[in-house]
Design a protein around this ligand. Structure first.
Ligand code: NAD
Length: 387
């Protein structure tokens, strides 16, 4: 199949991600059908797309005619067969539950055209395992959008163990059609590229909270001063401490026991203090904003520590063959985390010793071996690997 042959996209699940995926493909001129289990969920999804487009019209970034055309491109249904009929690409965005995803893909595999591409938007789970129920799994692939879909540029296109190059290439083309930046993930490893690179910093935040020596505000104040739109602890609250903790548990099972979430997080969850969505988490949240005391900044943990952790993990991602190039790793982090630049670019001007010292300091202080500097950090060859 060529990209010109793609006329219709089906999106299965119309929640936070599904409605955003439907929107960006409809804006690109594709006929999109959203499927969900209840009509009210679909109606709500359509309202959200309308709201989002109206915002663009009000800002003068879209014409009313373009908005009307986009809305016309979207149809909704609770019937899977009707949704996938005539669709060349089918993207699943149902909740992150393995059995549910497998059940959905078994049905999609049976009902779709035999050459239709089947993609999962899973953020953490094994693409190969989800795709194991699909017949002709060469057409099965991961297509990981970032939240909010209408604003975040990155799409990770993830190879399962049977995905063909033709399938991955076509989804990269399709991502570009809706003005996204695709990055191929060559190996189906936990966290793919972007989430994997932020994983050890998540473990660091959990360790800082457990240690209790500094207020979370003190680190967030430093990062805010550096220009971060959202500081690390604030982001954890924004994502939801339950989701944050669940991700750490998954990495603890799949990558290293060092990722086991600490007592602070577990305690917060048992008290249902989950962050923004419950009004209280690490911070109090008032009118959608975290109350952060920026009057005191820590000098203990600096942005250099956070960057050292990131570049160290980026080196591991490269050595494990997960990314095609160093550029893809940098693009992934830049566009998937809304960062100023990727880790290889940011660390290029730094002294290897400074990064190694920062990592060894964290390793000694928090007793976590995931902070052990990779040899390429110590000898400075991270500046040339892959190039
Ligand atoms: N929310 C995020 O930040 C984010 C980011 C990247 C990827 N993801 C991934 O995207 C997927 C969806 O996440 P979400 O946040 O949009 O979830 P969500 O809960 O907001 O939406 C899921 C939707 O799927 C529907 N659904 C459930 N069973 C269904 C079925 N059998 N057929 C059709 N629809 C069904 C639900 O009714 C719901 O509307 C998950 O795999 C998640 O890990 C989420």
């Amino acid at each position: 199949m060529k990209i010109e042959d793609v006329k219709k996209i089906a999106v299965i699940g119309s929640g936070a991600m599904g409605h955003g995926i439907a929107q960006v493909f409809a804006q690109a001129g594709y006929a999109v059908t959203m499927k969900d289990i209840k009509q009210e969920f679909l109606d709500n999804a359509v309202s959200k797309v309308r709201e989002s487009l109206k915002f663009l019209v009000d800002k003068g970034k879209m014409t009313q005619t373009a908005m009307d055309a986009t809305m016309k491109n979207i149809s909704i249904t609770t019937d899977t067969a009707g949704a996938v009929k005539g669709a060349q690409i089918i993207i699943e965005a149902v909740p992150e539950i393995m059995d549910l995803k497998k059940k959905v893909f078994k049905e999609l595999s049976d009902l779709s055209a035999k050459d239709a591409i089947l993609a999962t938007n899973t953020s953490t789970m094994s693409v190969s395992e989800i795709g194991s129920v699909v017949d002709n799994p060469s057409r099965f692939v991961g297509m990981h959008f970032f939240n909010p879909v209408n604003r975040m540029k990155l799409v990770e296109v993830i190879y399962g163990n049977k995905t063909s190059d033709a399938t991955a290439d076509l989804l990269c083309e399709a991502s570009k059609k809706c003005e996204k930046i695709p990055v191929k993930v060559l190996k189906d490893r936990p966290g793919f590229i972007v989430n994997r690179i932020s994983a050890p910093n998540q473990a660091l935040l959990s360790a800082i909270l457990d240690e209790g020596k500094m207020k979370p505000d003190e680190l967030d104040a430093v990062m805010k001063k550096m220009g971060a739109k959202m500081a690390p602890f604030e982001t954890a609250d924004f994502v939801g401490l339950d989701v944050f903790c669940h991700t750490l548990e998954y990495y603890a099972k799949t990558l290293s026991r060092d990722y086991e979430p600490g007592n602070y997080l577990k305690d917060k969850i048992s008290k249902n203090e989950l962050g923004m969505k419950t009004g209280k988490g690490i911070y109090q949240w008032i009118n959608g904003k975290a109350v952060i005391d920026t009057s005191k900044e820590t000098t203990d943990i600096t942005p250099i520590h956070l960057l050292a952790v990131q570049i160290n993990e980026a080196v591991r991602v490269w050595k494990e063959g997960i990314a095609k190039s160093i550029q893809d790793i940098d693009d992934g982090v830049k566009f998937g985390m809304n960062a100023f630049a990727g880790p290889f670019t940011l660390a290029s001007g730094m002294q290897p010793q400074q990064l190694a010292d920062a990592l060894n300091y964290l390793k000694a202080r928090y007793k976590l071996s995931i902070f052990t500097p990779e040899p390429e950090i110590v000898d400075g060859s991270f500046k040339t690997i892959g190039r």
